[in-house]
Design a protein around this ligand. Structure first.
Ligand SMILES: O=C(CO)COP(=O)(O)O
Length: 126
């Protein structure tokens, strides 16, 4: 992937409205980043803020979480914001866990809810 800091954005279905609102709220900061996102999340973020630089990967259940995990492992994703739905069982739960595990292994900043993501954006001086 081309140079520049890269932020990964993901939201589960019940959190996608929150992610779209988050992207609108932090639009100016997010313009400074290359963004990678799982398929549906990326579509919602682009719908909310069309001028953002968003690469859409596969949808989460079809391998998108694993693609983002691979980008973390290769040093291409620098931070992860993942709005997780803790109340719905997911067929790809193992992929979600594997992604979080890699974010921990490679010690990148990772926000799993909105309150932390707001602080992360501020702290990263986006
Ligand atoms: O399922 C997801 C993350 O686990 C998100 O994938 P989508 O953004 O394609 O819905």
């Amino acid at each position: 992937m081309a140079g520049g800091k890269c932020l990964a954005l993901i939201a589960h279905d019940q959190k996608k409205d929150d992610m779209a609102e988050f992207a609108r709220r932090h639009k100016e900061a997010l313009k400074n980043w290359r963004i990678v996102a799982t398929g549906t999340t990326g579509g919602r973020v682009l719908e909310a803020v069309p001028e953002l630089d968003v690469i859409r990967l596969k949808s989460g259940p079809l391998g998108g979480d694993q693609q983002i995990g691979a980008l973390i492992a290769t040093g291409e994703a620098d931070a992860l914001i993942f709005f997780v739905d803790p109340l719905t069982p997911m067929p790809h739960d193992v992929d979600v866990k594997a992604l979080m595990r890699l974010a921990i292994v490679y010690d990148i900043p990772m926000a799993l809810n909105e309150a932390t993501a707001d602080r992360l954006i501020a702290d990263l001086h986006l």
